[in-house]
Design a protein around this ligand. Structure first.
Ligand SMILES: *Cc1c(COP(=O)(O)O)cnc(C)c1O
Ligand SMILES: [Zn+2]
Length: 430
């Protein structure tokens, strides 16, 4: 067969033709694995060749392979689960409340063993790494992301280097024995998450290393987007409202992007679900900027004395000092495009919501997920919804207590303990 390769399609020669990667702002096309538009720093978004979502007969999130930026299925039964709530719905006076449960709850068919939706990001990212011939992945995390990527890396040919502030190591466990391709590097007591990020940046700059890219990684966003896809195929249409606790807001962007694809598919409705994004007070820079109709986050105004604010959070996983809020295609644009809104939740409100959810639905949830539940409670109190509206509540993590009944948790130890981000890491990793 004779194929003429046009300049803009040149990349496609060696890459799968399943999708292209385009800047959300100027439309320019990029190679797979690029992370930002060189023109305007816009997010790159995957554009899938198949406009209709064909479900694959695969376990877990593999069902959504059509709209994941990987060629081959991932080896996992981990995936999103959607079910209709009766008890919590009744408590709140809602008739169409659906729960997207992302955690461990085998009785319901939820098999995310690290108990958060970060696993939905980890598997496609690892698969993409494998397919692109990159074998050393670097990330910084304070908890759920580290567990998810470590778990997804068990037994694979990809070395993962995960930098964690020492205070976060207690949250690092796996439901299985780790394999020796998983490397934890802890940053001593005085170092915080920002130092971990800095160190991860240094490691990622070493030859052969790949940074996972955070919100800019389409495998992460499209993986998280499967929560919205699962809801749409389970319910038969897109929900009217989407509730989620956010720290970076990447899940909100992902839900928006997934709904744009569902809208283009045309079988799931024409109206984008309204994003209801929930931050945990007192550290809520996006909420603050949003309430002042600003695309820019101004540090001195929106998060003065960030460290002290973060120390007072109920769910400190939700602290992110540099969220992808302002960038083209980021959280601000997602809120504008979906007529979205934001909430701020106190410790007390989150604790109440956690108790309410666990009592009514009968499964434990993690602190950040409780913040999301509290957002829904607030929306109901403020009459921001009609009681018959179709609502999707993303329970971003849960079932840790349930998991402990079935598995022994293996707590991991760091391979290196570093005192400061100034250390010459290259010497250590030789
Ligand atoms: C990371 C995380 C969030 C926040 O997700 P973003 O969309 O990235 O802000 C919420 N809940 C849990 C359990 C998380 O691990
Ligand atoms: Zn651009």
């Amino acid at each position: 067969m004779n194929i003429t390769i046009t300049p803009s399609l040149q990349y496609m020669g060696t890459e799968s033709t399943k999708y292209t990667l385009n800047c959300v702002h100027c439309g320019r096309q990029y190679r797979h694995h690029e992370m930002a538009c060189t023109n305007d720093n816009g997010l790159l978004r995957s554009r899938y060749a198949s406009r209709h979502l064909h479900m694959h007969d695969l376990p877990g999130m593999g069902r959504f392979l059509d709209w994941l930026p990987v060629s081959a299925p991932m080896h996992t039964c981990s995936g999103p689960l959607t079910y209709k709530s009766t008890s919590l719905a009744r408590e709140l006076g809602l008739t169409n409340l659906y729960i997207g449960f992302n955690g461990y709850w085998p009785e319901r068919g939820a098999h995310i063993q690290t108990c958060s939706f970060k696993e939905l990001e980890a598997y496609p990212t690892m698969q993409l790494m494998h397919e692109s011939g990159n074998h050393k992945l670097v990330l910084a995390s304070a908890g759920n992301t580290a567990r998810a990527f470590a778990h997804a890396a068990v037994g694979t040919d990809i070395d993962v280097y995960i930098v964690v502030p020492e205070s976060g190591m207690s949250k690092i466990w796996l439901p299985e024995e780790p394999t020796d391709n998983i490397h934890f590097i802890s940053m001593a007591g005085t170092c915080d998450y920002a130092d971990a990020i800095q160190m991860a940046g240094k490691i990622a700059a070493l030859p052969g290393m790949t940074s996972e890219g955070g919100a800019r990684n389409v495998a992460r966003r499209d993986g998280m987007g499967t929560v919205m896809l699962d809801a749409a195929v389970t319910i038969g249409r897109m929900p009217d409202h989407y509730f989620q606790a956010i720290g970076s807001g990447t899940g909100g962007i992902a839900a928006w992007e997934a709904s744009l694809r569902l809208k283009a598919d045309s079988r799931f409705g024409k109206i984008l679900p309204r994003l209801h994004l929930v931050q945990n007070l007192p550290f809520a820079p996006m909420l603050h900027a949003w309430q002042h109709d600003r695309r820019e986050i101004i540090e001195d105004i929106d998060m003065p004395g960030a460290k002290k604010l973060i120390d007072r959070m109920y769910a400190d996983v939700l602290s992110n000092r540099h969220p992808p809020y302002s960038i083209p295609g980021g959280v601000y644009d997602a809120l504008i495009d979906t007529n979205g809104t934001m909430y701020g939740i106190s410790t007390h409100e989150a604790q109440q919501a956690k108790a309410l959810f666990e009592r009514s639905e009968g499964i434990d949830i993690v602190a950040p997920a409780a913040v999301g539940v509290a957002g829904l409670v607030k929306a109901v109190e403020e009459d921001a919804l009609n009681r018959d509206d179709l609502i999707l509540l993303n329970i971003t993590g849960g079932g840790v207590e349930r998991l402990k009944e079935d598995f022994t948790l293996h707590h991991l130890q760091p391979e290196f303990k570093l005192d400061s981000p100034d250390i010459d890491i290259e010497l250590l990793l030789r």
